[in-house]
Design a protein around this ligand. Structure first.
Ligand code: NAP
Length: 487
């Protein structure tokens, strides 16, 4: 029998940007699921904050629409009784004193301030939280990405937050790290004797990390055009995944033991700059095409600007300059308007040194460990076996499949469910430390500068394809191919 998940300490969770897309679509459903599992104490309060003039009932009505399908109405009503709302403008003083009094009415509660707003409000919000003395006791602040758009802007945000909250109170969230598969990567690597002896340049040929989206930028074109795929996906999520694959075994799962090892990986990434950016990276920008069965416009049409040089796709070849990974390429690929929505890590092992099989037995494929983060979380280990039955020795490449949902008969919790409760518990293992964010920007900065100094523009690709053909060439010129299970 599985034990019930433990109750956490009573808390007040304040979501700045409580009416926004992230809060309504992800954070509140995650909290409702934890409530349904009995982890949220009855005295805990969840308070949404935004400028919109709503009262508690108006906010609950808004959330009811988003949460109604999850469970029966009676339970939803009980949950919503723990939810409230305050209309506040992060940039104005009005209402903050009342809000502070509300929070201070429960001095024993853990306080979580989740900043689910544009980062240009982080400084104002933290400043006012400090002025009103709300960083007392067990207080934590959660910062959503993006933390800056380069090293300087990230430092400005971190400095401002740091004037009010110390590092141990600051939780920089990367929801990829809360995914079940990513946690399982830690257990696979460090809980089995099988993989670790092979987990190095002697046995691993290369690693691929793909984060593919079918959606375009839609109404977020304005925001996205200031970011691009490298800032939006690579600098944070994909580098964090790369770290989880590549880090040395930490001495324990203590937060700083894990984060120290990730930091070493980030600091060991080889520089990509003006001198090699055109060889090691491919930028793309989608044009009109067919995605998800419908004709869709290109990025310049959605943005209303045909001159934008912002990349909606990037493929790159990264290398880690240390003993374990010398000479092992890490191919990273992400983009919008790609043919399928998939996030996965592929660890491709070296071929056997000598084949004893005749050519008519078929080809010996590489062993590949595929860790799928979405849409269906799970792990597959591709192995070569004999095709069963008579008919000679025929080789088959088949996956040992461990789909989590099927294997354990449970619905996988959303990453935010785990991460939100980790914040309440005060466990920062799965959150980025300031020096990690800085190291990631130190690596990404020269790539962005290299592109800015290059005469090349992002290459166009039709929506619904796997990006520019140069992205295929990037890996094929090394004699490798992007992993494709449909082959
Ligand atoms: P959004 O839908 O635009 O919501 C922004 C929220 O901030 C709204 O509730 C808005 O309400 C509030 N707000 C704006 N100005 C304010 C002010 N001066 N004072 C107080 N509240 C203010 O944005 P989102 O998609 O939820 O994203 C929030 C943040 O999370 C962004 O930094 C985004 O990059 C990041 N993020 C989002 C996602 C996602 O899936 N959406 C994923 C990862 C990271 P009012 O206008 O009524 O004030």
């Amino acid at each position: 029998m599985t034990a019930s998940p433990p109750l956490v300490e009573p808390f007040d969770l304040v979501i700045f940007g409580g009416t926004g897309d992230l809060a309504v679509r992800k954070l509140l459903p995650a909290l409702f699921h934890r409530f349904l599992d009995g982890q949220i104490p009855a005295s805990s309060r969840i308070i949404g904050i935004a400028r919109e003039a709503l009262d508690d009932d108006g906010y609950r009505a808004l959330l009811r629409q988003a949460l109604v399908g999850i469970c029966d109405a009676a339970k939803l009503d009980v949950f919503l009784q723990q939810v409230g709302y305050r209309s506040l403008d992060a940039r104005k003083d009005d209402g903050w004193a009342d809000f502070a009094a509300l929070i201070k009415s429960q001095p024993e509660h853990v306080r979580v301030f989740y900043l689910s707003t544009s980062p240009d409000l982080f400084v104002d919000i933290c400043g006012r939280l400090g002025e009103h003395g709300l960083n007392q006791g067990k207080s934590r602040v959660v910062l959503e990405k993006p933390i800056g758009r380069d090293l300087d802007s990230a430092n400005r945000i971190n400095d401002a937050v740091g004037r009010v909250f110390n590092e141990s109170q600051t939780f920089r969230i990367d929801h990829y790290l809360g995914k079940e598969t990513v946690q399982n990567l830690l257990v696979l690597r460090f809980g089995n004797a099988l993989f670790e002896p092979l987990w190095n340049a002697g046995h691993i040929d290369h690693v691929q990390i793909t984060v593919a989206e079918t959606v375009g930028v839609g109404h977020r074109a304005g925001y996205y055009d200031h970011a691009g795929a490298l800032r939006d996906m690579v600098q944070n999520h994909m580098l964090q995944l790369l770290c989880m694959v590549a880090m040395e075994p930490p001495s324990s799962l203590e937060p700083d033991a894990v984060r120290d090892e990730k930091l070493k990986v980030l600091n060991s990434l080889k520089v990509i700059d003006d001198s090699n950016v055109n060889q090691l990276t491919v930028r793309g920008q989608y044009r009109a095409g067919v995605a998800e069965g419908a004709s869709v416009p290109g990025y310049p049409d959605e943005l209303g600007d045909t001159k934008s040089n912002t990349e909606t796709f990037v493929a790159l070849k990264a290398e880690i300059g240390n003993w374990r990974w010398a000479g092992v390429p890490f191919y990273l690929r992400t983009g919008k308007r790609l043919p399928s929505r998939v996030s996965e890590i592929v660890v491709a092992f070296k071929p056997v040194p000598h084949s004893i099989f005749s050519a008519d037995s078929g080809t010996l494929a590489q062993n590949r460990l595929v860790l799928r983060l979405q849409p269906d979380e799970g792990v597959k280990l591709w192995l070569t076996i004999k095709h069963p039955g008579p008919g000679g020795l025929r080789l088959r490449n088949v996956p040992l499949d461990m789909s989590f949902a099927e294997a354990f008969g449970v619905q996988q919790p959303d990453a935010y469910e785990r991460l939100l409760l980790d914040v309440v518990r005060g466990n920062p293992t799965l959150f980025m430390r300031r020096d990690e964010v800085e190291a990631a920007w130190r690596w990404a900065g020269p790539v962005l500068a290299g592109w800015a100094n290059s005469s090349e523009s992002p290459r166009p690709y039709a929506a619904g394809t796997w990006g520019p053909s140069a992205a295929v060439a990037l890996i094929e010129r090394d004699g490798r191919t992007w992993h494709d299970e449909s082959e």
